[in-house]
Structure formats: structure tokens, C-alpha cells
Design a protein around this ligand. Structure first.
Ligand code: PLP
Length: 435
């Protein structure tokens, strides 16, 4: 098995001819065959675990490789390396902000990942903020919030809009209009891939004088996210799910709460000046306030490179291709006896390339291990850091299928830019063999 850094596929489809191995120490393959959205990987392995961590995009690896000789301190030096590194970091901020559709007065703060971004926002909300969310969220959007109202998981996008509207009407009956409320929802579920109606939820939130944050960890890799167009106040994403696995995430959105909040981290870079008295500190405004310490330049630059490549790509074509693969996967799974899909909404509700399912009578961890060892297929098993939702959907799947032998955890297959019909078929064949 080769394990060099070579693109395994491009969005244009499977390659008939094996690609050349990249020169040692470089992520690049031959330039004439390079596609901007190629992803790196190991040719013989089938990666169906994009929702956990996507493979590295060629453009991300190339951007890092190009910058490495110039790597220097950000915001901290007069030398050429430092100047160039600072420029690259701030350009990356601009590019990522543009990709997410930020407004001129929004802040774009680099974090470690979505979890970090949502924790930052949770610390920044004004004292006394009521946070409204749904029980189907990933733990990263379920656990950080103070003073939370958790709404039951709705059974359709329309029910989500109704439930939020009723909850906010109730809350406003008891609180004055100026009391801060933050609604926080996922853009796409990491368990089912189902898309949430974030634009409509934003409109409901604003009608009641609330703000809305969208956890776009799973949405942004699959669909454009434009926070000014959708009137979303805050958005959080992870670089490693966006084909830029160098340890960067982003929180972007309204500056006022962020500038008024205590710094997320205390230290160098977040201050304008520090005196000798223990409390004599003038904290910076802007992104620097929450980015104390030396920032992750390579992560920011890698993420910006992917954002540029995606912005220049035909997103409609990418969407169509992904939906075709997803339909192939779901149709194939549903045709296999004993396989039951997990879903919150109707089977036809819009979703990104994620499917969770169980194999009746088979332990999910064992199935995942068999697929890995016997077939070179990597997918995820468990409850996907969304325990309340996954447990509920497992119970519903048992009721819907009438089977009493469903396991207590599930399997999840997720696809993205490097996925091909051959990958999907290999999973379906392997599952058929298992039976
Ligand atoms: N939100 C959703 C919907 C996710 O799927 C994940 C991770 O799987 C997260 C948040 C947390 O992302 P990270 O682990 O990159 O912080």
C-alpha cells in the first residue's frame, strides 16, 4: 500500500490512471494534472469519514509549503519573515471572512476549531443572556452555554421554526425586549447530515430581538455559508473539516459583544498596554482581544487557500455531484436487508453528504472494525458527540423498522470532495458481504 501524499481523486470523478507519487517532502503532484480541489490521501484506502475530519486539500498543503520558508512571528517582528507572515495571516483573515460573507464591521477570530469558537462565544455573551438551542446539537453546541433553554428535537424543518417562534414568544413575555437572547443551532447535523433552516430561524430570532449563532462545522464544507445574506449574527467553522487540517477554526460575527467581553485568553497580543499594578491592563479591541499568544499562521493560511479554491469553484456542480453520490449511498444502504438509516426529518429533507445507520443484529464497533481491517474502509461508529440526538434516533429507528435487534450505537459514512462512486460501491459491497 502506498502511503505518500498523492491526490486520491478530484471532484471531476474517479481517475482511470493511478496518479504519480509526489516528490519526497512535497505535497504537490504533477502540475498539469492538478485540480485545485484535489485532496490528499492514500490511494488504497476508502475514506468515508469526512464529517469527523476531511482530508487535506492540495491547495492547503501547497499554501503551507509555499509559506514555510517565510514562516516567522505574526504581529511581533520587524524582519522580512515576520512582516510577510503578518501580512499572510491578516490576508487569510480577510479571505476567510469574505468566504463566510462577513459584514464590514464583523470580526473574524481564529480559534482552534468549532468547539473553541463556540466556547469563545459562550464566554462573550453579555451577562444574563438566555441561550436557546435544540436537543439535537453536537456537544460542542450543547455544553458551553450558560443559562440555556433546550428545545426538543423537532421532526421537520418547519417544526423547528414553529418551536423557536413559540419559545421566543414565551421568553419575551417574561423578559424585557432589551434582555439578550442568543439562539444557537447547527447548519447541518453531524449525525444525519440534515440541513437546518438557518435563514428562516435567523428571521424568527430577529423578530423577537434575539441573535443567532450557526454551528457551520458540517455545513460549510458542503454548501456556501453567507452570514450577511442569511442575516446570521455568528458562525463557527473548523478548518480540519474544511480540508485544511492545520489546527485552525473560526468564529465570525458581530463585534460589539466580542469587544465588550473579557479576553478569551489573557496574554501577549491581546493588550494595548500593561502597567506595573496587577490590574493595570488595557485590552485590545478587535480579533486580537481573543487571540492572545502566537497565532496559528499555517492553519489560517491553509484554511484561506481552501476558502479561495471553493469560492472560485462551481459550487452548484460540486453540490450536484455530492448529492448524486449521497443518493447512490442511501439507495444502496436502504436496499440492504437489516440496514436502518437514522433521521430526524422526512427521508427527503435536504442534507449534506452524511448518513448514519445501523446493521440489525450487529455491533457497530465490530462492523466498523471489520470494514477497516477487511476492506480498507474508514468510517465512524458510536454516538458521534451528539449523545442525546443519536440515542433518540436509534430508538426511533427501532420503532420505525419494527426491529428489536438494533445495536445501541450507530455507523456513519460521510463523503466530500475526494469521494467517488467506487468508494460508495466498495462500502455497499462490503456491507453486503458482512450480511
Ligand atoms: N459541531 C458539529 C456539527 C460537529 O460535527 C463538530 C465535530 O464533529 C463540532 C461542532 C466540533 O468540531 P471540532 O471538533 O472541530 O471542534
Amino acid at each position: 500500500m502506498r502511503s505518500s501524499l498523492v491526490p486520491v481523486s478530484s471532484p471531476a470523478g474517479p481517475r482511470a490512471v493511478p496518479r504519480p507519487t509526489a516528490p519526497t517532502g512535497s505535497a504537490a503532484a504533477s502540475p498539469e494534472s492538478a485540480g485545485p480541489l484535489d485532496v490528499l490521501g492514500v490511494p488504497d484506502l476508502v475514506n468515508l469519514d469526512y464529517a469527523a475530519t476531511a482530508p487535506c486539500a492540495r491547495v492547503a498543503a501547497d499554501a503551507v509549503a509555499e509559506l514555510l520558508p517565510w514562516y516567522g512571528s505574526v504581529h511581533r517582528g520587524a524582519g522580512a519573515l515576520s512582516q510577510r507572515s503578518t501580512l499572510a495571516y491578516e490576508r487569510a483573515r480577510q479571505t476567510v471572512g469574505d468566504f463566510l460573507g462577513t459584514r464590514a464591521d464583523d470580526e473574524v477570530i481564529f480559534t482552534r476549531n468549532t468547539t473553541d469558537a463556540l466556547n469563545l462565544l459562550a464566554r462573550a455573551v453579555p451577562a444574563g443572556t438566555t441561550v436557546v438551542t435544540f436537543g439535537g446539537e453536537h456537544h460542542a453546541n450543547l455544553l458551553p452555554w450558560p443559562n440555556t433553554v433546550r428545545l426538543p428535537v423537532p421532526d421537520s424543518p418547519a417544526a423547528a421554526i414553529r418551536a423557536l417562534s413559540e419559545a421566543l414568544r414565551e421568553l419575551r413575555r417574561d423578559t424585557d425586549r432589551a434582555a439578550p437572547i442568543l439562539v444557537t443551532v447547527t447548519g447541518a447535523s453531524n449525525v444525519t447530515g440534515e440541513r437546518w433552516p438557518v435563514t428562516e430561524l435567523a428571521a424568527v430570532a430577529h423578530r423577537y430581538g434575539a441573535r443567532i449563532a450557526v454551528d457551520a462545522a458540517q455545513l460549510a464544507p458542503h454548501a456556501p455559508v453567507d452570514i450577511s445574506e442569511s442575516e446570521i449574527d455568528y458562525v463557527a467553522v473548523s478548518g480540519h473539516k474544511l480540508y485544511a487540517p492545520f489546527g485552525t477554526g473560526v468564529l465570525a460575527g458581530r463585534a460589539d459583544w466580542l469587544d465588550a467581553a473579557p479576553p478569551y485568553l489573557f496574554g501577549g497580543g491581546a493588550t494595548l498596554g500593561v502597567g506595573t499594578a496587577t490590574n493595570d491592563v488595557r485590552w485590545a479591541d478587535g480579533p486580537g482581544r481573543h487571540e492572545a499568544g502566537t497565532p496559528n499562521l499555517l492553519g489560517a493560511v491553509a484554511l484561506a487557500a481552501v476558502c479561495t479554491a471553493l469560492s472560485e469553484a462551481d459550487r452548484t456542480e460540486l453540490h450536484t455531484r455530492e448529492q448524486e453520490l449521497l443518493a447512490r449511498l442511501r439507495t444502496g444502504l436502504n436496499a440492504l436487508p437489516g440496514i436502518v438509516e437514522l433521521r430526524t426529518f422526512h427521508a427527503d429533507a435536504p442534507r449534506v453528504g452524511i448518513v448514519s445507520f445501523v446493521v440489525a443484529g450487529r455491533d457497530s464497533a465490530e462492523v466498523a472494525a471489520d470494514l477497516a481491517r477487511g476492506h480498507g474502509i474508514g468510517l465512524r461508529d458510536g454516538l458521534f458527540c451528539a449523545h442525546p440526538l443519536a440515542r433518540r434516533l436509534l430508538a426511533e429507528a427501532a420503532a420505525r423498522s419494527g426491529r428489536s435487534d438494533l445495536p445501541p450505537t450507530a455507523l456513519r459514512a460521510s463523503i466530500g470532495l475526494g469521494s467517488t462512486a467506487a468508494h460508495v460501491d466498495r462500502l455497499l459491497d462490503a456491507l453486503a458481504d458482512l450480511r
